[in-house]
Write a protein that binds this ligand. Structure first.
Ligand code: TMP
Ligand code: ASP
Length: 238
């Protein structure tokens, strides 16, 4: 595919998005910039952009085969990927298998409680409001999505969890929780968008519990780059 960047449409905290000659295709360009706590904490994780790009593409291609439509079109370089142009549904979709992070804090429980079944929650993607927790009725009331779209999103999110949990366990990693974003293509089809990476998931070594994700940056645990590289090695052998 011969797609080239025309103009920058958007710059987020971890990625830039560019238009191409094809109105249905944009290029995402992953950065090494890292932020946490609503952008209050800023830093760089060397090599992160390349790892997150390649890991996302690796996983999305397999998810497509497993029946979850995604925005993936073609990997263009270490850091750049052509994806379908979508309108992002402004909901962060969070699946949890084990208590951690804001769940542990909100409900006053320790991290590491393994749930009998996965949970799902939504946050309203709005930086000014600090991405508040929202339920499906509120999302429909605010016209963020329709009931039909929410049902499809939930179905895909649990399918992603089943696939990811299994794939990671084979690499000796426990999938604690993760955040997904979905988009709508020009014909209204819901597809998995954004990324699946150590930035957006919690990965714990299945034996030792060692954190292999962005919590190393959020919590100043050290060896941040090493954790991203270790996840790339375990999942993709590189
Ligand atoms: P939380 O426990 O802080 O709510 O995070 C749940 C999951 O969502 C965790 O895997 C990290 C991911 N996440 C993001 O990808 N982006 C965010 O802005 C936040 C707060 C969490
Ligand atoms: N990337 C998010 C931010 O900067 C938060 C996070 O991943 O913890 O707000």
């Amino acid at each position: 595919m011969n797609v080239k960047k025309i103009e920058q449409l958007y710059e987020g905290k971890a990625k830039k998005v560019f238009s191409t000659e094809d109105p249905e295709v944009v290029i995402v360009d992953y950065k090494d910039d890292a932020t946490a706590f609503d952008g209050m904490k800023k830093g760089t994780i060397l090599g992160k952009g390349a790892i997150n790009n390649q890991m996302t593409n690796f996983l999305m291609q397999q998810l497509e085969k497993a029946g979850v439509p995604t925005h993936f079109v073609e990997e263009l370089s270490e850091r750049e990927t052509a994806v379908k142009r979508v309108t992002i549904v402004p909901l962060e979709v969070i699946i949890r298998n084990v208590s951690a992070g804001s769940f542990a804090k909100r409900y006053g429980v320790k991290e590491g409680i393994v749930f009998d079944e996965p949970t799902i929650e939504f946050s309203y993607k709005d930086d000014d409001l600090h991405d508040p927790l929202i339920n499906d009725y509120h999302a429909v009331a605010l016209h963020l999505a329709t009931w039909e779209e929410i049902e499809v999103i939930k179905k895909y999110a649990f399918q992603v969890n089943d696939f990811l949990k299994k794939t990671l366990l084979e690499c000796g990693v426990t999938l604690v929780d993760f955040k997904l974003e979905f988009g709508k293509t020009s014909d209204g089809t819901i597809v998995l968008a954004d990324e699946i990476s150590p930035d957006t998931c919690r990965f714990w070594d299945a034996k030792t519990g060692e954190k292999l994700d962005k919590d190393r940056f959020r919590r100043d645990l050290g060896n941040v780059e090493g954790a991203y590289q270790e996840m790339a090695r375990r999942l993709m052998g590189k």
